[in-house]
Design a protein around this ligand. Structure first.
Ligand code: HEM
Length: 414
């Protein structure tokens, strides 16, 4: 720890995000202790002008402050990724996550009724049926890739159902999401064209399903969005398509990542798995939350200062960017006792996995919680000896703490 120096730390350096988790954890711990708010250059993106840099927030309380003061730290100026969104991409990815109230709230409200606990109770049976189908598909093989064949299909299928994507196109959503959230990893994204092509695939899909729902409405989210009026006007084509894209991308990759991290963590902490198995229902809700803190699938979001402001006495000038490092907040010793311990009974566990409780708090958190619970219940029951047989291959990304591949074995037939 003592060998680290602020002069040598650049949070945008790709090597940092290709390094093992422990190395990165040490860097963030040093920053929290010695330089909780520090300035960093922006990541270099091929063909794009270099941005002005940003303030990195690494402590829990500071991230909470930025998250909950959207009037001071907004999402719409240049978006919520570290680099400003290029104009040609803005129409595609400028959905509610890159908006501020009141427009953000109005659009979010259009679909939020589909994500309440009551609404989700109605689809719980479908989630369980899908989880069963996921295990049915692999149970006789005795081995598979955990990420692609077990963790991915459940959240992917559920969100596709919610917006009306037919099963035949689920794989296209999976592949495009990998590209959109895989920026930084050369396996998925080598150029801006790759990214644009993935957005175009989903945009085209959104348009086709949207057109169909306009003429033949059902009770899915696409039908709601296609028929909705906000301030007396229909959503524009770009607004509808980008909302659709946000939902399908956010709704599958993150939960897949949480299920994968959870499985790896439980294997490495057999005492915690054994404890959970003593009474599945008693620990299920808590264990899911502990997994999300532990894995922190979404690593950061950015905000932009709307006026001269201060965070813990540190001046942030109007127009400057702040990046909320959720991974660091979730390991902050000032908030979590023994933060590097995986403990399914940890209390309190008020984590940043789904955001900091500001206006952009994860819309799908209740859904993700249910999917995680149902998937683990199914796995414990039907593949009780499932074992990960090699270290996970991690996504190289400062945005998503993704797992790309993770081979597993189990007794064929369960
Ligand atoms: C374990 C799984 C998940 C994690 C870790 C996660 C994490 C997050 C985080 C960190 C944010 C930003 C919060 C903020 O800025 O305050 C977010 C926003 C969002 N998430 Fe999730 N998410 C998950 C699952 C889902 C699912 C299943 C869906 C939908 C089907 C979803 C839809 C959204 C949407 C639409 C937003 C933007 C909300 C807004 O801007 O108002 N997420 N999520």
């Amino acid at each position: 720890m003592t060998s680290l120096s602020i002069a040598d730390i650049n949070l945008s350096a790709p090597e940092l995000w290709a390094a093992p988790d422990a190395e990165r954890e040490a860097v963030f711990q040093y920053l929290r202790d010695e330089h909780p708010i520090s300035f960093h250059p922006e990541p270099l993106i091929d063909g794009m002008p270099m941005g002005p840099g940003y303030w990195a927030l690494t402590r829990y309380d500071d991230i909470m402050y930025a998250s909950r003061h959207a009037e001071l730290f907004c999402s719409s100026e240049g978006g919520t990724n570290i680099g400003d969104i290029p104009a040609e991409l803005a129409a595609f990815i400028g959905s509610i996550i890159n908006m501020d109230d009141p427009r953000h709230k109005k659009l979010r409200n259009l679909v939020s009724s589909g994500f309440t606990p009551k609404a989700l109770n109605r689809i719980l049976d479908q989630v369980a049926v899908r989880a069963t189908a996921v295990v049915d598909a692999v149970i006789d093989t005795g081995q598979c890739d955990f990420v692609a064949e077990i963790a991915a299909p459940l959240p992917l299928g559920v969100v596709c159902d919610m917006v009306g994507v037919p099963p035949s196109q689920e794989h296209d959503v999976f592949a495009a999401s990998n590209v959109i959230l895989g920026v930084g990893d050369p396996e998925y994204v080598q150029s801006m064209e790759d990214l644009m092509a993935a957005f175009m695939t989903l945009h085209q899909m959104a348009m086709e399903i949207g057109e169909h729902r306009l003429a033949n409405p059902t009770d899915d989210i696409t039908s709601i969005l296609m028929h909705a009026e906000v301030d007396g006007e229909r959503l524009s084509v770009a607004e509808f398509a980008s909302f659709f894209i946000l939902l399908v991308v956010a709704g599958n990759e993150t939960t897949r990542t949480a299920i994968s991290h959870g499985t790896w963590a439980l294997q490495n902490h057999p005492d915690q798995k054994a404890l959970w198995l003593t009474d599945f229902d008693r620990y299920a809700q808590d264990a899911g939350e502990k997994i999300v803190r532990w894995g922190t699938p979404v690593v950061h979001f950015r905000r932009t200062a709307t006026q001269d402001a201060q965070i813990s006495g540190h001046p942030i000038a109007k127009g400057e960017k702040v990046v909320m490092w959720f991974n660091s907040a979730n390991r902050d010793e000032r908030q979590f006792q023994d933060p590097y311990t995986f403990d399914i009974t940890r209390s309190p566990n008020s984590h940043f996995g789904y955001g900091g409780g500001g206006p952009h708090f994860c819309l799908g958190a209740n859904l993700a919680r249910r999917e995680i619970r149902v998937m683990f219940e199914e796995l414990f029951r039907r593949l009780p000896d499932l074992t990960i047989t090699a270290e996970p291959t991690l996504l190289q990304s400062s945005f998503i703490h993704g797992i790309k591949r993770m081979p597993c074995e189990f007794t064929p037939g369960g």
